[in-house]
Ligand binder design. Structure first.
Ligand code: NG6
Ligand code: CA
Length: 501
């Protein structure tokens, strides 16, 4: 009898396991500031990215895939919530002590997967705020964290690599805190006695660019944005960040071979400060930016290896993209401006911060060896659609008011529909927004500076309306607004209608 029960139990477990495993695992890999021209599979001639190329060759390489915004916080907010960032105040680039900006009571991307029975995790950069106030105690539990918006497990750093606190957080706690050396963070004024880049530039191992800030507390020889004291044991070593993330990624995957999982791996590369591990320093010949991209590519190879070793490589969907376009000088003198001559953009104009395509058109690869036929697609796609697409994939209903700007594009994502979205709004704010429809792009007139000399990027701002035919002119060189006034009117009206909703 006991034997029989045991046998039944074994059968039952085997059955549920097999059943569960029929659902694919899903891994979102989001690079930070990786450009459309940065990968060899997207045409880079200056840098080989063999692991990502292999991923692209096994799946679909999208040529018309977009981040929602040309900077991190708004772009990631949109991906997580399915809401255009300009619908909610306070979704611009956040300081490192910001409070959580994702509503905890609304549908989020990870919640879609949780509702489908998945285990969910985020490992890497966060930059969407933590806790319910700015003045928080970094030495005890911090809530809400990513765990309150849908992730069962989180291993993150709070903001960006160039912002304090330079620490890792696991679930609700900063790692390696010490009550005798409490962490204090302040974005208004200096705290404690740590040297700053401003007072002690001779202590820096990488100079900050003039007029870019990045001259507050020095951690690991690098001046940061914001002030921090204490937490000596908790502070990261930049050269180890990616090893740390990838260790946790590998562990998470290996621990979840029996239950479908969704994992967001938010890499830090090639965002500043670029301070790659020793094995990558100098390897690209393009300065630390190129080295950081080689390091990112290496992490993808590690993930693929782990999937293979655990027999998961065939039934895992991998979506690799970037949160916004590329920038060379974003605060540190790290050799990028001499190493690169525009290759990071491919054929695009603009870059990070810009309304031109360089701001938001990004590498966008989807692989699922079990189901997807390898190839290329020109379908128009946006990261804002992940929520509605996967909700549809799992036959979930999205309630009115949830993820209002997310559209079901699962067929385009899986290569079955070659058209994709009909309309995309790009930009950080309503005032500096662009609209894409079919081959056309319209940038609304605005008063912003045409050129950001700090970062050396054309912003796409003009007091005149701009109209480009992206099919014929991907580099947005010929403004056709005066030639096609009807098209301008049509897109202007549509943009106003969507942004006034
Ligand atoms: C800017 C920083 C830049 C970078 C960016 C955020 C200055 C002058 N520049 O404000 O270095 O940190 O914010 O990048 O402070 S993002 O990819 O996270 O949006
Ligand atoms: Ca970014």
């Amino acid at each position: 009898m006991i034997k029989k029960i045991f046998y039944c139990l074994v059968l039952l477990t085997t059955f549920t396991t097999v059943n569960a495993q029929q659902k694919p695992n899903v891994i979102f890999i989001l690079a930070d500031d990786l450009g459309y021209g940065d990968l060899s599979c997207y045409g880079s001639k200056v840098l080989p990215t063999p692991n990502i190329d292999k991923l692209a060759a096994s799946g679909i390489k999208f040529t018309n895939g977009h981040a929602t915004s040309p900077t991190c916080t708004p772009s990631r907010f949109a991906m997580m919530t399915g809401t255009y960032p300009w619908r909610q105040n306070g979704t611009g680039i956040l300081p490192g002590d910001a409070k959580m900006i994702i509503p905890t009571d609304k549908l989020t991307l990870p919640k879609v997967f949780k509702n489908a029975g998945y285990e969910t995790a985020i490992i890497g950069k966060w930059h969407l705020g933590l806790g319910d106030k700015v003045e928080k105690n970094w030495n005890s539990e911090i809530k809400p964290s990513p765990n309150e918006v849908g992730f069962d497990y989180s291993f993150i750093f709070p903001a960006t690599a160039d912002r304090v606190p330079t620490v890792f957080m696991e679930n609700h706690k900063v790692l390696a805190t010490d009550e005798k050396d409490p962490i204090i963070v302040n974005y208004q004024q200096k705290v404690g006695n740590d040297p700053t880049g401003k007072e002690n530039p001779e202590l820096l191992k990488m100079k900050a660019s003039p007029n870019h800030g990045h001259d507050n507390t020095i951690v690991n020889g690098i001046g940061r944005i914001g002030f921090m004291s204490g937490g000596q044991k908790a502070r990261w070593v930049d050269e180890e960040i990616s090893y740390t993330f990838i260790d946790h990624v590998n562990e998470f995957i290996a621990d979840h071979t029996n239950k479908p999982f969704m994992l967001c791996y938010n890499a830090t590369e090639p965002h500043v400060p670029r301070m790659p591990a020793t094995q990558f320093k100098g390897k690209s010949g393009l300065g630390y930016r190129g080295d950081a991209i080689l390091q990112f590519d290496w992490t993808i190879g590690e993930i693929m290896k782990t999937l293979r070793l655990n027999g998961l490589e065939k039934n895992t969907i991998i979506i690799l993209s970037s949160d916004n376009g590329p920038v060379l000088n974003d605060g540190y003198e790290d050799g990028a401006t001499t190493g690169y001559h525009g290759e990071q953009l491919g054929a695009l104009r603009g870059g990070k911060y810009s309304s031109l395509e360089g701001g938001t058109r990004v590498p966008f690869i989807v692989s699922w060896p079990n189901q997807i036929k390898a190839g290329q697609s020109d379908a128009l796609l946006s990261q804002i659609d992940f929520i509605a697409s996967f909700a549809a994939f799992y036959k979930q209903k999205v309630n009115a008011g949830e993820a209002p700007d997310s559209e079901n594009q699962i067929n385009a994502l899986l290569g079955k529909d070659k058209i994709g979205k009909s309309v995309i709004i790009e930009g950080n704010t309503k005032n500096q927004a662009a609209i894409l429809k079919g081959d056309w792009k319209y940038i609304a007139p605005n008063n912003g500076a045409a050129f950001n000399s700090q970062v050396g990027i054309e912003m796409g701002n003009s007091k005149e309306p701009q109209l480009y035919n992206l099919k014929e002119d991907l580099g947005e060189k010929n403004n056709l607004a005066s030639k096609y006034p009807d098209k301008v009117q049509e897109l202007k009206k549509l943009l106003e209608k969507i942004t006034s909703n």
